[in-house]
Ligand binder design. Structure first.
Ligand code: RP5
Length: 161
């Protein structure tokens, strides 16, 4: 298996880490090397540009971007790079993440962002989806993913206790 850094987890604020730490945990289970960064589209626009423009040069294969409220971070990254960007809507205090979900999902045609569910479900699924993308060209990750899914299936009891 390649030892390269494959996934970049990025969040608009420290407050996103309590959600996106779930993403990191799943990637750890798959032994997929990843980095974690705080980059804000509105508070650190120069950092955003520098970060997004260098993703391809650094051979990152998937970006997982979590943002809340007027959540433009995933869309702005996707505008600056053609590598896949998966967006995780962070639950906001005022609108419970519906604002984040719509901001990330409703990208106008031409610049796609793969949008996951609000909060922890989305954070976990983003890691699983990143693993699926990487698995296309990585048989080790592919095997780990199949094993993970089989174990999940096995864990579902036939009757409630
Ligand atoms: C954006 O605004 C981030 O995406 C974050 O999810 C949201 C709220 O940020 P904080 O006020 O918690 O720093 O910057």
């Amino acid at each position: 298996m390649k030892k390269n850094l494959l996934v970049s987890i990025v969040m608009g604020s420290q407050s996103g880490w309590k959600i996106l730490s779930d993403t990191a945990q799943i990637l750890n289970e798959f032994k997929i090397l990843h980095e974690k960064k705080i980059v804000s589209a509105h508070r650190t626009p120069d950092r955003l540009y520098e970060y997004a423009k260098n993703l391809k040069i650094r051979k990152i294969e998937v970006v997982i971007a979590g943002a809340g409220g007027a959540a433009h971070l995933p869309g702005m990254i996707a505008a600056l790079t053609s590598i896949p960007v998966l967006g995780v809507p962070i639950e906001s205090k005022k609108l419970k993440g519906l604002d984040s979900l719509l901001s990330i999902a409703q990208m106008p045609k031409g610049i796609p962002v793969g949008t996951l569910a609000i909060g922890n479900d989305g954070a976990i699924n983003a890691a699983l989806l990143a693993a699926s993308i990487i698995a296309n060209n990585n048989s080790t990750v592919s095997k780990r993913l199949e094993k993970w899914r089989a174990s999940q299936t096995k864990s579902v009891k036939k009757r409630p206790k």
